[in-house]
Design a protein around this ligand. Sequence first.
Ligand SMILES: Cc1cc2nc3c(=O)[nH]c(=O)nc-3n(C[C@H](O)[C@H](O)[C@H](O)COP(=O)(O)OP(=O)(O)OC[C@H]3O[C@@H](n4cnc5c(N)ncnc54)[C@H](O)[C@@H]3O)c2cc1C
Length: 402
Amino acid sequence: MPDVAIVGGGVIGASCALELARRGASVSLFERDHLAAHASGRNQGLWVLPDDDANVPMARASLEEYRRVAADAPLDVGLDADPVGTVLTAMNAREVRAAEEAVARATRHGFAVDDISNPRDIRDHEPGLTRNVAGAWLVHAGHRLDPGALTVALALAAAERGAEIHHHVHVRGLATSADTVRGVVTDDGVVDADMTIVAAGPWSSALLEPAGVHLPIVGARGWLVRVAPTQKRLLTHLVEAPAPHSALRDGSALRWPTGAEVIGEGEPGSDIGALLHPHRDGRTIVIGSTRQIWLTPEPAEESIVGRLLDAAIELVPAIAEADVQSAWWGLRPLSPDDRPFVGTVREGLHVATGHGSEGVILGSGTAQLVAAQIAGEEPPFDAAPFSPLRFEASERRTGERD
Ligand SMILES: Cc1cc2nc3c(=O)[nH]c(=O)nc-3n(C[C@H](O)[C@H](O)[C@H](O)COP(=O)(O)OP(=O)(O)OC[C@H]3O[C@@H](n4cnc5c(N)ncnc54)[C@H](O)[C@@H]3O)c2cc1C
């Protein structure tokens, strides 16, 4: 196996470090902050069925590996042993259609679903939920975990197998000679590697562009609000309402922001859905989810916290009485089709990024694919949907029209 340098100590970089160290590669991971310093440390920590069928094999591979890592970890990863269950809710006809699609997808992938739209069934299964729904379904899927603990556990397991984990080392650029990437340039000097993996989340493009690699990734800000309801164990399942049709979506495909939006003309669109996660502490509920293109380091729309709470109160009225404990935002590395980019982009250079809202769901599966690609093995599942080159032809065509 080659010597490997990994840029990024989020869930993707840490997963790659473990898979490659397990195969005998000499691995050095560089993180400019500390492990899980960004979205990987504080996201919702949910493993749920991906929205896109192409991502499902990668998601399943991840969950299997997380079970093994959690069992051996020296810290509590908090992974539910059994699915906690997800109540899909719909308040109007449009949401019923969206929920029915999600129900059909869950059934197709083998998850049991109960229709609990009847007020009596809602009372029996999730009494905190409003009875004023157009439809509600209990999908027997969904696992919670502590995403920061998972990332650290993955990195510790990699270190046990010989990987070197470097904190507070900023990779300033890729070391190249002729057409080949030869490693990374850090503040401490150049580190040679046969293969460099960029797993730097929303900051990946900043490293790749100077090396002539253009990946269409934007940062998408997401907020989470944590509340403590007066009643303990107000919810027992995840509760989800579909996000409304928004500026970021056009039908089922993400509408990619135009150049004008990226540089900040006009108010960026934002998706507001409601995803309520009863924390396993039994006392708090974490409320997501929003998606807003990241234009400046400062939040553009502070009103989002209030809008998230409104959306949650509509579903679970008792949240109106809850204490708001904290609000946080992080950045997702978003690709135009919500699928990650995984593969070689130049000699000596691999990418593993663009996981959007599914970095935890897809983390270890991504790493298993990366390791198989680098080792020259059969991929564990179809790698074509994740090709880093998949937008190149259409971009070239767009460029020709311009
Ligand atoms: C509000 C919110 C809720 C979410 N909920 C979920 C969920 O429930 N389930 C799920 O699957 N996903 C969820 N996500 C998405 C998930 O958090 C991301 O997909 C995932 O964290 C991406 O991981 P990553 O390792 O690619 O990126 P990051 O976590 O961003 O890690 C990249 C790392 O690279 C480092 N880095 C960048 N540039 C350099 C450099 N030049 N040198 C050295 N280091 C560098 C950064 O410091 C960072 O630590 C959520 C995201 C948000 C914002």
